[in-house]
Design a protein around this ligand. Structure first.
Ligand code: ADP
Ligand code: F6P
Length: 323
C-alpha cells in the first residue's frame, strides 16, 4: 500500500492533531503518500481530499481542535453515499484510510472495511465511552480542564457557603463526571449509569453536607443524567430556606472540548497515530488502536463499537470509599 488518507470525524477534542501528525510523518517515512480529508466523512463525499506533506503537519502538536476539520455526516449511513465516497478515494488512488473519532465515526470505519476498503481506527472522544481501550485521545486534557474549573468553583463556593451544580459533557456516559468528581472531591456525583437518587434525596445530601460543617457542596452532574441539572436546580431552589446553602449552576459546555492537549494526549495521539499508519501500510484492516496496560495494541473495530464502554467498577468503589 502506497497511498493512504486520514480523517477526523464526530465531536472534536484535544490530541487529534497529534494523531494527524503521527500518521502523516510515519507514513511518509515509509515512502507512502498521505492525504488529508476535510470535515470527516463529509469531505469524502464532497471529494475534499488533499495531499499532506511533512511541513503541513508542523507546529500543530500543541493546538486543540483538528486542522482537518470535523463534522457529523448522517447521510454516510446510506450505502449509496458511501459508494460515492469510495469512488472519490479510488479516483485518487488511495488504498487505505485512518479514521480518528468516537463510536459513531469508528462504526463508519467498520462499514467501509466491510465494503473491502482497508481502514484502521483511532479512538478519540472526550467522553471515554469507547470500549476495548483504557482511554481515548482527548479524555485526559478534558479532565484537566474540568478539574481546573471545579477547583475554581470550589474557591468561590466556599467563600459564599454555596452549593454548586456543575454539569459536564459525556453524552450518555458518566465517566467525565465520575472521574472529575473523584479527583475534585465532589460531595455528590450524578451519572446516567446509576439511576437516582431522587430530588428529595439530593436535597437531603445538601442539608447533611451543611450539617457536617462543610463550607460548600459541589455536585458533578453528567449531561446525560436524568431528570437533569435544571430539575435539580429548580427543586433545590424551591427548598432553598432549608438547605443552609445558596444554590448556583455552572454548565461547563464546549470549553471542555477545546484547548491545548496535555502531555498524555499528545503522546497517546502520537503513539496511536504511528501504530495506525504502520498497520495500514502493512496491509491490516478493520482494527482499532487501543491502550491496554500502557501498551498500544490492536483490537477488532467491530468488537470495539459493539457496545459503549461500561463505567469502571473500581472507580465507582473508590468514589464510595471517599464519601
Ligand atoms: P462520534 O464519532 O463522536 O461518536 P457520531 O456518533 O456523531 O460521533 O458519529 C460521527 C459520524 O460517523 C456520523 O455523523 C456518521 O458520518 C458516521 N457514522 C455513525 N454511525 C454510522 C454508521 N452506522 N454507518 C456509517 N457511518 C456512521
Ligand atoms: O461526544 C463528544 C461530545 O462533546 C459529547 O460529550 C456531547 O454530548 C456532544 O459531543 C455534543 O455534540 P455537538 O458538538 O454535536 O453539539
Amino acid at each position: 500500500m502506497k497511498r493512504i488518507a486520514i480523517l477526523t470525524s464526530g465531536g472534536d477534542g484535544p490530541g487529534l492533531n497529534a494523531c494527524i501528525r503521527a500518521v502523516t510523518r510515519t507514513a511518509l517515512k515509509q515512502g507512502a503518500e498521505v492525504f488529508g480529508v476535510r470535515r470527516g466523512y463529509t469531505g469524502l463525499v464532497q471529494n475534499a481530499i488533499f495531499q499532506l506533506e511533512s511541513r503541513d503537519v508542523g507546529g500543530i502538536l500543541g493546538k486543540g481542535g483538528t486542522i482537518l476539520g470535523t463534522a457529523r455526516c448522517p447521510e454516510f449511513k446510506d450505502i449509496k453515499v458511501r459508494r460515492t465516497a469510495l469512488r472519490h478515494l479510488n479516483q485518487q488512488g488511495i488504498e487505505g484510510l485512518v479514521v480518528v473519532g468516537g463510536n459513531g465515526s469508528l462504526t463508519g470505519a467498520v462499514v467501509l472495511h466491510e465494503m473491502d476498503f482497508p481502514t484502521i481506527g483511532i479512538p478519540a472522544s472526550i467522553d471515554n465511552d469507547i470500549d476495548k481501550t483504557d482511554i481515548a485521545v482527548g479524555v485526559d486534557t478534558t479532565l484537566n480542564t474540568i478539574l481546573e474549573a471545579v477547583d475554581r468553583i470550589k474557591d468561590t463556593a466556599s467563600s459564599h457557603q454555596r452549593a454548586f451544580l456543575v454539569e459536564v459533557m459525556g453524552r450518555n456516559c458518566g465517566y467525565l463526571a465520575l472521574q472529575s468528581g473523584l479527583a475534585g472531591g465532589a460531595e455528590l456525583i450524578l451519572v446516567p449509569e446509576i439511576p437516582g437518587p431522587s430530588l428529595e434525596e439530593i436535597a437531603q445530601e445538601v442539608v447533611d453536607t451543611y450539617v457536617r460543617g462543610k463550607g460548600h457542596c459541589i455536585m458533578l452532574i453528567a449531561e446525560g443524567w436524568q431528570p437533569g441539572t435544571r430539575a435539580v436546580e429548580e427543586y433545590l431552589l424551591s427548598r432553598q430556606g432549608e438547605l443552609g446553602f445558596d444554590v448556583r449552576v455552572t454548565v461547563l459546555g464546549y470549553l471542555q472540548r477545546g484547548g491545548r492537549p496535555s502531555v498524555f494526549d499528545r503522546t497517546l495521539g502520537t503513539r496511536m497515530g504511528a501504530a495506525a499508519a504502520e498497520a495500514l501500510l502493512s496491509g491490516q484492516s478493520g482494527q482499532m488502536t487501543a491502550l491496554k496496560a500502557g501498551q498500544i495494541i490492536f483490537v477488532p473495530l467491530a468488537e470495539a463499537v459493539q457496545q459503549l464502554k461500561p463505567l469502571s467498577r473500581n472507580l465507582l468503589k473508590l468514589v464510595e470509599l471517599m464519601d
